[in-house]
Each structure stands twice: as structure tokens, then as C-alpha cells.
Design a protein around this ligand. Structure first.
Ligand SMILES: Cc1ncc(C[n+]2csc(CCOP(=O)(O)OP(=O)(O)O)c2C)c(N)n1
Ligand code: SF4
Length: 258
């Protein structure tokens, strides 16, 4: 499967979106699964639509998940991957994220979390660190960051993982497992923005790998890093997973894949 395109790549040189693109290609090839379609939000992350040879919908900021769900309901046989930003998912699209966990449709969401609204030249998002001086908060962000993993756990998401974009092979392995998971899979990818949130650029040295499916341990793992400090360790890998009936199995209209 040729996943390359000839479109000129306009990400900043060295942006870790290049690494995420690389990991996604590896994961898709390794999975041997076909029939993919993709949905993106709007943002730097969303440019991936032009660089990955998969058809889909270059969607709306904040509306990646409802678009994915619409595709799934229209054709449950498609393997739907969503690419979204942290601003996209945890700000404008937050309610969709919570609902997606409850529906448990068989699809995969990858969040490129650079703790910044980057395409719009750097504003504070829900996961931005306290004190972050950005155009929207010239005095420094006074809010405490949202912890997406804790939100995912309380939203009933059946596959929750975190990756470091700089670890391409590990990220590829996790994305492959997310794609193969039956149910809604959410992969939070730590992604550096070299231009608008430099303070959070060197997180790799704090990471360590985990592979967990126990809820009690997942809560402890999710609590290890608050998206704020550079103290302590950042678990990456599978934080939680469980088997639960999917939307497609629950809705009789979708059972036979139409
Ligand atoms: C409905 C809507 N709201 C806001 C915008 C403006 N907008 C476009 S890109 C963007 C920021 C994207 O940030 P994020 O989702 O974190 O992605 P990144 O650029 O960091 O990859 C915003 C606010 C828009 N295009 N559409
Ligand atoms: S602005 Fe940041 S996220 Fe956007 S392409 Fe440049 S480095 Fe990457």
C-alpha cells in the first residue's frame, strides 16, 4: 500500500508532526488492514490529510469525532482514523470526546498534543502548562491543565494510550494496537511545537514505558504527570484497555455492516 503523496510538506522543519506521520504509515503497513478512511480537524496536525494517501474528510476544527461517527454509521466496514489537535479535541470538541467513550464505536482517534493552538500562531489550550505566556495570555496562563487521560478514563474509553512522538517505533506499535482494538481507541501523542510552546519541547527524558489494563493502576498512571511540571515521570504506552460491546455490535441496524 503506497501511503505517500507528492504534496509539498509545509510543517516547520523539525516539527514532530513528521514523526507522527512516519509512525502512522508504519502502523498501517504493519497492521495489514485495508479500507481506511481518515478525518482531520483544522490545525497544523490536520495538514497530515495532504501527506497521507488515504481518502477521507478534511473536517472542521472540533468536529473530528462526530464526522468519524457519521462515516462509521454510513459504512461500519470502514476503518476510521481521526487526527486532531489538543485545542481541537479538548476545547471546541470536548463534549464529543466524552460521548465517544460512551458510544464505543470501533474507531481510532490520534490527538497531536503540543499544548498549544499552533496554526493560529500560539494560544493557550486546555492542556497548556501554567504560566505559559502566549498571545491569548500575555500575563501567563493561570489555569491548571486538563489531564486528558483522567478524562478518558471517566468517559469510559475502552483503549487509552499515550505516546511520545519522538519515539517513532513505539508510537507505531501503539497506533497499530489502537487500530486493531475493537471499540473506541484514543491515543494521546505528546508532540513538540518548536515555535509556539518551546518550554514543553524536551519531555522525552521524563518518559517510561507501561502496558496496563487494570483500572486501579490506570488511575495511578494517569495521575503521574499533570501536563505542568517537569518533575517526576511521564508514562507512555497503553494506560488502560478493556473489552466492551461496540456501537456496531449494539445497534441491530449496523450489525451486518450494511
Ligand atoms: C470552528 C472553528 N473554530 C476556530 C477555528 C480557528 N482555528 C483554526 S486552527 C486553530 C488552532 C488549532 O489548534 P490545535 O487543534 O491545537 O492544532 P495545532 O494547530 O496545534 O496542530 C483554530 C483555533 C476554526 N478554523 N474553526
Ligand atoms: S507551528 Fe509548531 S506544530 Fe505547527 S508546524 Fe510549526 S512546529 Fe509544527
Amino acid at each position: 500500500m503506497n501511503l505517500d503523496t507528492k504534496n509539498e510538506i509545509t510543517w516547520c522543519p523539525g516539527c514532530s508532526n513528521f514523526m507522527i506521520l512516519n509512525s502512522v504509515k508504519k502502523a498501517i503497513k504493519k497492521s495489514k488492514i485495508k479500507n481506511f478512511t481518515m478525518v482531520t480537524g483544522i490545525g497544523c496536525h490536520a495538514k497530515i490529510f495532504d501527506y497521507l494517501n488515504i481518502s477521507g474528510i478534511y473536517g472542521l476544527h472540533g468536529r473530528v469525532l462526530p464526522t468519524m461517527l457519521g462515516i462509521k454509521i454510513g459504512n461500519p466496514k470502514l476503518n476510521v482514523i481521526g487526527f486532531a489537535g489538543d485545542g481541537d479535541t479538548y476545547s471546541e470538541g470536548l463534549s464529543h470526546f466524552i460521548s465517544a467513550g460512551r458510544y464505543n464505536s470501533n474507531m481510532t482517534l490520534l490527538v497531536h498534543d503540543n499544548q498549544s493552538f499552533s496554526l493560529t500562531t500560539g494560544q493557550v489550550t486546555p492542556t497548556s502548562q501554567q504560566g505559559f505566556k502566549a498571545k491569548s495570555e500575555p500575563l501567563g496562563n493561570f489555569n491548571t491543565p486538563l489531564n486528558p487521560l483522567k478524562l478518558a478514563l471517566s468517559s469510559g474509553i475502552t483503549f487509552i494510550a499515550r505516546c511520545d512522538s519522538k519515539d517513532i517505533d513505539h508510537t507505531a506499535k501503539i497506533i497499530e494496537q489502537a487500530i486493531k482494538h475493537k471499540g473506541f481507541a484514543f491515543v494521546e501523542i505528546i508532540q513538540t511545537c518548536l515555535i509556539f510552546n518551546k518550554e514543553m519541547n524536551n519531555l522525552s527524558k521524563y518518559t517510561y514505558k507501561v502496558n496496563n489494563s487494570n483500572m486501579k493502576k490506570a488511575i495511578i498512571l494517569a495521575d503521574k504527570w499533570n501536563y505542568n511540571s517537569k518533575k517526576g515521570k511521564i508514562p507512555i504506552g497503553i494506560i488502560y484497555k478493556e473489552k466492551r460491546k461496540t456501537l456496531e455490535e449494539n445497534w441491530p441496524q449496523l450489525k451486518n455492516g450494511r
